[in-house]
Design a protein around this ligand. Structure first.
Ligand code: XMP
Ligand code: MG
Length: 180
């Protein structure tokens, strides 16, 4: 699998350090508020696991699975809820945990939905921010790393469902996706 990666952009150690940093920030900001952390499946799974364990106050966790009608590498903005929350967000302080914010279409849909459902506050925590891809005006409240406008994989991010299990973030060799 490593031979299919052109370049490692962010190492496992850098990700670990960033999770601890973000965890401390969230602890300080949400201590005593029992926030609801919503992981967006499947990409946010490793980030959710590492981030939540770096938070030193009580949190509730839940997951949503949404799919956007788009091609393999970009979302279209039309979002379908594949798995909804178990918890009610009414009156809750919500943190949406995402792997990457690119066009921003998925997250702007989710933020609006959760506000509409009566959340007290809705904030976005993303491991990666790709600001050059933005199609709607949305800024994450907390972001781990800014990445260039390239397709990245690893640490939850996939290409055709592969590479999610890489412990780092990397760029695929062009021949890997050109062949598909
Ligand atoms: P939007 O465009 O709605 O997209 O902000 C968020 C979702 O698009 C996918 N995405 C990527 N997936 N490498 C990936 O593996 C990327 O570089 C990339 N850019 C966007 C991803 O599913 C994310 O949740
Ligand atoms: Mg995703």
């Amino acid at each position: 699998m490593r031979s299919e990666i052109q370049e490692v952009l962010i190492s496992a150690e850098q990700i670990g350090e960033k999770c601890r940093e973000l965890g401390t920030t969230i602890t300080n900001e949400y201590d005593g508020k029992f926030p609801l952390l919503i992981g967006v499946l499947k990409g946010a799974l490793p980030f959710m696991a590492d981030l939540t364990r770096a938070i030193d106050t009580h949190v509730e966790i839940d997951f949503m699975d949404v799919s956007s009608y788009g091609n393999k590498m970009r979302s279209s903005g039309e979002v379908k809820i594949v798995k909804d929350l178990d918890a009610s967000v009414e009156g809750r302080d919500v943190l949406i945990i995402e792997d990457i914010i690119d066009s921003g279409l998925t997250l702007s849909y989710l933020v609006n939905l959760l506000r509409h459902r009566g959340a007290n506050s809705v904030k976005i925590v993303t491991l990666l921010d790709k600001p050059e891809g933005r199609k709607v005006d949305i800024v994450p409240d907390l972001a781990g790393f800014t990445v260039p406008d390239e397709f990245v994989v690893g640490y939850g991010l996939d290409f055709a469902e592969r590479y999610r299990n890489l412990p780092y973030i990397g760029i695929l060799k062009p021949e890997v996706y050109q062949g598909s």
